[in-house]
Write a protein that binds this ligand. Sequence first.
Ligand code: G
Ligand code: MN
Length: 269
Amino acid sequence: MLYQPIVDLDDGRILLVEALVRWRHPTRGVIDAQTVLALAARLGVLDILEGWILDHSCASMAAVGRLAPGPSEVSVAVNIQPSRLSSPEIVRDVAAVSERTGLDPKRLVLEITEHTMFQDPASIRPQIEALRALGVRIALDDFGAGYSLHHLFMLRDLECLPLDIIKIDRSFVHRIFQDQQARSFTKAILDFGARMNVAIIAEGIEDREEEDLLKELGCRLGQGFRIRRPVPLAQLALAAGAGSEREPGTCFSFWPREEPLVERDLAIR
Ligand code: G
Ligand code: MN
């Protein structure tokens, strides 16, 4: 498993890490999350894999939190199939995982992709509410993927869904330069977030210009290769441990923003 930080763009503090599964194949190298999940779906073991990912991510975050004071503030975001939200089992599963691993549900975010959220909102609502009552936060993933004006209307529908976070899809983030409309839309999402008390995260930030423009538009939270590539949790924890004299209560931020880590990361891409 790898974990990709989601940071406060102003000071680089890590607020959340997204758990991303990887499969180190003996001959084909490292296989990314999308391929692994598609393969698991084809083999009919997607539920089992997702259960394992949830359990593993929660256990790892709980363990890291015990090692250093900083990471105990950081939450973990786990992707789940939206269909799982239609059944009350998810609430029991999450409660059981939290119990077993000792991870406070307040430190868990569940990410669900956009389109399925709208297919049958009534069937997922009770589960979302029960999960939020446990303290779990719900993120709408990849919002704006396959960008169309339709998404502007979707913002209205979103007002009716109990959401904590919206992640703006990276295809969208990449358009904000050439496309005035994409910029206005980003602003509309950010305004929506401010009005509805929903945190907005820009995904897939790949260069400095994108980051700067997003900040200018008022976006405070971001994720992407420009900020940090997905890394093993131990790597985040070790770095945080080095700064563990930091006052408890501050979120862990383990590398100075000025350090050219990103360039180094890009070099090994
Ligand atoms: O759909 P979701 O947001 O869960 O997708 C996460 C995937 O996006 C991961 O596989 C991750 O490696 C990838 N990813 C993360 N940051 C970036 C980025 O800046 N650019 C691109 N192209 N992919 C990214
Ligand atoms: Mn995601």
